[in-house]
Design a binder for this molecule. Structure first.
Ligand code: HEM
Length: 510
């Protein structure tokens, strides 16, 4: 007892001294090993760099990435460098990390889900925030695609319940179905004696997408299929201008460009394009507003998207009309061309779909599965991007705040390890049970994200699905689709474009 009593404090002192010493060593060891473990993002593997030109030589003739884009580009990065790849000049000449590891994707996408920053459309932001502001006017909301942070959140919270609510979208079943019916008629009128529309089939798909999204965003039919439309008519001008939008974004937002320092000719052209689109959408929205006030307001459950947006604020209705037109034409138009191509080259899948459509089965499971599978095999968006608002440790590398992180979903959704028989078009994988080898649920949930993720997910998703389901079922009901000759070429810029040749054959169903 005494010894214990006597030795106690001494033992405790010694113990404490040793403990503190050991802990200090442990902390130092832990610190040095964590320093060793967490490497700088600059150490992430990537194409080699040369003085002054950095990685640029890889994109020159003979370079490993020369003329390489889309799926092939992503595949080369992954196969050559692994799950994280550092490219030094990606977005506006700044570095970005390509993430092929789905757990790391999940880490960043979830970590950035409060106020996600999806870089892009800086030039549109500039137009709406500065160029198009009355002198001395306070910068306000610029739009869903160009705003970030609290401004984006404020707008998204206002428009989400209007644009994403299934009941609101259901109101468009009939008008969007009518547009689809007109496309079927147009195909009948345009095809040659072989049943083919070899020229500008993509243009027909863009007209359909514009006509459909116009019903939602502008509240009326634009009559884009009217053959007598002059080339300088509002509608023809609108579709040309909308196409230019993505080229502008590619050239001025993504590629390094001097417009950030002085107004280049391309920048001036962009301002003109935005100005023209603004004045067209303004006149169409105001026309719809007049018609609404003459007709009297609809019952609450019959109010469409434009009417609801106008009730919130006219400026928001105008901004959203622009955003929906910008984003709703090329995306849906190309997805439709790809889905038709996949069905035309898989007659047995086409028959299964036709049987379902003719059966009137309202669940439309196979139809939905065909669209999902088409977006997996030939996605219009090659991936997604976020700018980090904080630091991350991804696979032992420190990703600093403000870094651009790219999610190359196009490659992931065609990885054999995620989707067995990944290159094949198999809509059934979305329908089979858990114990089936093809069951889609065996893939990592972040491998396939065609509409993006979380709070910033595509707000037009339900509209897009309605349009695609509507036209696809009408085409399959009316025509037996065939594809002649070699597969189409895809052109990748801000998104993946179906560039023809358009070897579809539309045979009447007997
Ligand atoms: C198959 C067709 C479509 C695909 C694959 C698609 C894909 C996407 C993707 C990947 C994003 C980025 C989401 C994110 O950052 O996480 C997005 C955003 C967006 N999409 Fe779509 N989209 C399609 C059709 C449409 C349509 C028809 C509209 C309009 C009617 C539309 C309007 C928008 C808007 C406004 C945003 C920005 C949302 C925000 O930042 O809050 N999209 N879309």
């Amino acid at each position: 007892m005494i010894a214990i009593k006597y030795n106690g404090p001494i033992m405790n002192k010694l113990y404490m001294k040793n403990f503190i010493f050991a802990t200090e060593i442990n902390i130092r060891l832990a610190h040095s090993s964590s320093c060793r473990k967490i490497k700088s993002w600059k150490e992430i593997p990537g194409p080699s760099s040369l003085p002054i030109i950095g990685q640029l030589h890889h994109y020159f003739p003979g370079g490993s990435l020369y003329q390489c884009n889309g799926f092939e580009f992503q595949e080369k990065l992954y196969k050559n460098y692994g799950p994280l790849v550092r490219l030094n000049t990606v977005y506006a000449g700044k570095p970005a990390i390509f993430v092929f590891d789905p757990d790391s994707m999940a880490q960043v996408l979830r970590g950035e889900n409060w106020l996600p920053i999806r870089p892009g459309f800086d030039v549109l932001y500039h137009y709406r925030n500065f160029y198009n502001q009355p002198k001395g006017g306070a910068p306000g909301l610029t739009g869903l695609i160009s705003d970030h942070g609290q401004k984006w959140k404020q707008l998204r919270s206002l428009v989400n319940p209007i644009i994403m609510h299934p009941d609101n979208i259901k109101l468009y079943d009939t008008p969007i179905g009518e547009v689809a019916q007109d496309v079927v008629q147009r195909i009948k009128d345009l095809r040659d004696e072989d049943g083919m529309i070899t020229k500008n089939f993509d243009y027909l798909m863009y007209l359909w997408a514009l006509e459909s999204v116009g019903v939602v965003a502008l509240g009326s039919r634009l009559n884009t299929f009217n053959e007598n439309l002059e080339s300088d008519s509002v509608v023809r001008r609108l579709i040309t201008l909308i196409h230019e939008f993505f080229a502008i974004s590619e050239n001025l937002d993504i590629k390094p460009s001097l417009w950030r320092y002085y107004p280049t000719p391309a920048f001036k052209r962009a301002m003109k394009v935005f100005c023209d689109i603004d004045s067209i959408t303004r006149s169409l929205v105001l026309k719809a507003k007049d018609e609404l006030s003459q007709r009297g307001h609809s019952a609450d459950d019959k109010k469409g998207v434009l009417e609801k947006l106008l009730e919130v604020d006219e400026k928001i209705a105008l901004i959203m009309a622009g955003d929906l037109l910008f984003t709703g034409v090329d995306t849906v138009g190309n997805t439709m061309s790809c889905t038709l191509y996949l069905l035309a080259s898989h007659p047995e899948k086409q028959n299964t779909l036709r049987q379902e459509v003719n059966s009137g089965d309202e669940r439309k499971s196979y139809l939905k599965a065909c669209i999902k599978e088409s977006l997996r095999v030939m996605p219009v968006a090659g991936g997604n991007i976020r700018q980090c608002t904080k630091e991350y440790n991804l696979l032992g590398y420190e990703i600093p705040k403000d870094m651009f992180v790219v999610f190359p979903h196009q490659y992931l959704s065609k990885m054999e390890s995620q989707y067995p028989r990944a290159n094949e078009f198999i809509p059934e994988r979305w329908l089979v049970d858990k114990d089936h080898a093809l069951y889609h649920g065996n893939a990592h949930p972040f491998a396939y994200n065609p509409f993006g993720f979380g709070a910033r997910i595509c707000i037009g998703r339900r509209i897009a699905e309605l349009e695609l389901e509507s036209l696809l079922s009408k085409i399959i009901q009316n025509f037996e689709l065939e594809w002649r000759g070699p597969p189409p070429t895809m052109y990748q810029s801000a998104m993946n474009y179906f560039k023809g040749p358009f070897n579809f054959v539309f045979k009447d169903i007997k």
